[in-house]
Design a protein around this ligand. Structure first.
Ligand code: B1M
Length: 215
């Protein structure tokens, strides 16, 4: 089995020690850092996302694989920087104003980070102004999480504030959380909806490719 396949398998199994030692071996064998990231780490994590969507993996397995990938990326990052590799995009994520649930939002944030995005986690109970500041600071995507039917309406208020600040054209807006649906996302004028962390990553990549965002 080649080294990249071993990294891929170890990501799926959440075996951090093996991933880190195999990355070292891959670098010693002159495999480029971006290839290690894409074909070993990210494709392993994509497979974890697929298994989760098929109901074969659950949240704990997904969290373990995301943590493994994050630890490995920490080691790989200096090599990626040296190679001139840029993040897949800059995302600011937060739980909407009035809402204190942060478990799902943090899983989505971790999955974005493990998949090569630069992530700014704005926390919980995030006021629209904070999302506006994040856009002004270069976020290309903002991801809004809501867990309560009473707070999901604040997604609309936040999008309206972004429109009022004349920043709507500069940013991709993604929404998610247990009560949020595709229909609701269209109704409030978001660019995309994702029902879980793996599909959020897939949707972000798709939207980054489709919308030309200038920062
Ligand atoms: Co609360 N709570 N809670 N709670 N809580 C719910 C959400 C509730 C469904 C429970 C119930 O009644 N059955 C209910 C909401 C009912 C409704 O609105 N229809 C509820 C309520 C009512 C409340 C309070 C109002 C209770 C009270 O005080 N009377 C209160 C509100 C506080 C507030 O926010 N202002 C409250 C408080 C709390 C705790 C603080 C005790 C705690 C939160 C702790 C924390 O987060 N640190 C809590 C918890 C734990 C829950 C439940 C049990 C679990 C939520 C969770 O973490 N799920 C929840 C019931 C349930 O869901 N079974 C419940 C696991 C997590 C991995 O899933 O968050 O859905 P989830 O995230 C998923 C997807 O939704 C998606 O990806 C994630 C990963 O796959 N996703 C995104 C999430 N954000 C995304 C953003 C994206 C994309 C995808 O951006 C692009």
């Amino acid at each position: 089995m080649d080294i990249l396949d071993e990294i891929y398998d170890a990501v799926i199994d959440g075996k951090t020690d093996i991933v880190i030692s195999k990355i070292k071996e891959a670098l010693e064998n002159n495999i480029q850092p971006d290839i290690i990231m894409k074909e070993g780490l990210i494709s392993g994590l994509d497979e974890v996302g697929r298994l989760y969507e098929e109901g074969k993996f659950f949240v704990p397995e997904m969290l373990i694989a995301a943590r493994t990938t994050q630890a490995a990326l920490k080691d790989l990052r200096p090599h990626l920087v040296k190679q001139g590799v840029k993040p897949a995009g800059k995302i600011a994520i937060g739980t909407i104003q009035g809402d204190l649930h942060d478990i799902g939002k943090s899983i989505v944030a971790m999955m974005f980070e493990s998949s090569g995005f630069e992530v700014v986690d704005l926390g919980v109970d995030v006021q629209p102004e904070k999302f506006i500041s994040a856009i002004n600071d270069g976020a290309q995507i903002i991801a809004l999480s809501a867990l309560l039917t009473t707070t999901m309406t604040n997604i609309r208020t936040t999008i309206e504030s972004i429109e009022k600040a004349k920043l709507r054209d500069r940013v991709i807006i993604m929404v998610g959380g247990a009560p949020v649906t595709e229909e609701f996302s269209i109704e409030v004028g978001a660019d995309g909806f994702a029902q879980d962390a793996p599909s959020a990553v897939r949707k972000a990549r798709e939207l980054m490719g489709a919308k030309n965002i200038s920062t």
